[in-house]
Design a protein around this ligand. Structure first.
Ligand SMILES: *Cc1c(COP(=O)(O)O)cnc(C)c1O
Length: 423
């Protein structure tokens, strides 16, 4: 077995160590030595094997192709950034004028470019602020408006966001008390009116963004709630800033503000299509109180997020919105071309109609007509662990690679990945 030091002296691995760091390269060598010990490769192949197995960068996170048909997949990091946002992030990675005015040489408002872009995108908001995520925006709003007091909230809106995290627990962690009103399926204006009193810090409406209740239901809309004489906070969840005709039931910030909401909170990495962030929009004095609260410092976003958010707001249509608006006929053509080429290469592949969803990020119950390449189920694992990793979904004993969330310029990569694992 070649010694580790001797393998690491290979010029290809020595230069990789400068690029990726010694420990990353050493791990690749150790794995190659292990394979040689197990007889999978010959000892003289260890260096070649280590070179072939080097990761593209020093972090273990890998870029995957989302062929699940779930546009906003939380396990896959939600929205993918637009090329414009990726470039902005790279530009901000070094020293950057995030909190500095290059003309005067003095300190400047942190993230003013992103905040100005957000204000321009939602003219109905007097004030805007950005924090780490929507959960942070809710914590900040609840702390500022209702710590030690009550948050009036409908029992139909006590939402679990995911991975065991629940909005009611989050709210209570701020020292606010929940005053639950109504029932799971129905809450009326009178329920709210009876609960509002001197102890009320705010009324909170939470959009049920990952479930739907049908049947005998009733809830109170924002315009009515604003008549209660207390601040009305609305968590719209998905981060639509303006109405999206394809998703008529999904609330948007502009409409909710025009209806009189005092504060709106939303995520940056759902339907907005940007980086993980929490948006706070609304009445100037309330946003300012949020911004000035000591907790705001603990929840603030870094320059990379600010850069990506600004580029998402000002730049070209981000991938999530492109996927949402993709033409089903074009998706069908893409699936047919892929399946045709694969079948010609002897792969058991066919193009099939499919149904995509927005995902936990919004629009529960909405399906989007889509198209998929149907493959043998046994390819699921090899495709997930191949290069690039392709993640599909298994349905009816077949692996479906749904193309709605796959950018068209990745079709060739998808095909190569399939050919590789089919051999
Ligand atoms: C997704 C979601 C949240 C949590 O947002 P994060 O940005 O993940 O913190 C909160 N409320 C609603 C309604 C949501 O849909």
């Amino acid at each position: 077995m070649p010694r580790t030091d001797a393998v690491l002296a290979d010029p290809r691995l020595a230069s990789a160590a400068e690029r990726l760091g010694r420990s990353v390269v050493k791990d690749a060598v150790t794995r190659a030595q292990q394979r040689a010990r197990e007889g999978e490769i010959r000892p003289e192949e260890v260096a070649d094997e280590a070179v072939a197995a080097l990761p593209p960068h020093a972090a273990s996170l890998r870029t995957v192709i989302n062929a699940t048909g779930v546009l906003i997949h939380t396990n896959l990091g939600r929205a993918s950034l637009s090329p414009a946002a990726i470039a902005a992030t790279a530009a901000a990675a070094g020293p950057a004028d995030v909190e500095f005015d290059l003309v005067t040489g003095a300190r400047a408002r942190r993230g003013r470019g992103a905040l100005d872009a957000l204000a321009a995108a939602v003219p109905d908001a007097e004030g805007v602020h950005v924090v780490n995520n929507n959960a942070a925006a809710l914590v900040l709003a609840a702390t500022v408006l209702a710590a030690g007091r009550e948050i009036v909230i409908s029992r139909g809106e006590l939402v679990e966001i995911g991975d065991g995290f629940r909005i009611p627990d989050l709210l209570v962690s701020t020292g606010a008390r929940l005053r639950e009103v109504g029932t799971t399926n129905r809450t009326s204006y009178d329920d709210y009116a009876a609960a509002v009193g001197p102890e009320t810090g705010c009324v909170l409406k939470v959009h049920p963004s990952n479930f739907r209740i049908d049947g005998f239901t009733g809830s109170v809309e924002v315009p009515e709630l604003t008549g209660l004489g207390v601040p009305v906070v609305v968590d719209i969840g998905s981060g639509l800033l303006t109405r999206e005709p394809l998703l008529p039931d999904e609330p948007d910030a502009a409409t909710v503000l025009r209806q009189g909401a005092h504060l709106v909170t939303a995520s940056g990495d759902k339907l907005l299509g940007g980086p993980q962030a929490g948006l706070l929009l609304g009445r100037g004095d309330l946003v300012e109180r949020c911004r000035r609260h000591p907790l705001a410092r603990a929840l603030r976003v870094d320059k990379l997020t600010l850069a990506a958010l600004e580029a998402t707001l000002r730049g070209p249509t981000p991938p999530v919105r492109q996927a949402l608006h993709a033409d089903p006929a074009v998706l069908g053509d893409r699936a047919a071309v892929l399946a045709g080429k694969l079948a010609a290469a002897g792969v058991d592949a066919r193009a099939v109609p499919s149904e995509a969803t927005v995902g936990g990020g919004g629009a529960p119950g909405v399906t989007l007509p889509s198209a998929a390449v149907s493959l043998p189920e046994r390819l699921a694992m090899p495709l997930r662990t191949g290069e690039p990793p392709v993640v599909g979904r298994v349905e009816g004993g077949r692996l479906l690679l749904d193309l709605r969330a796959v950018p068209a310029d990745r079709d060739d990569d998808v095909m190569r990945a399939i050919l590789q694992v089919s051999r």
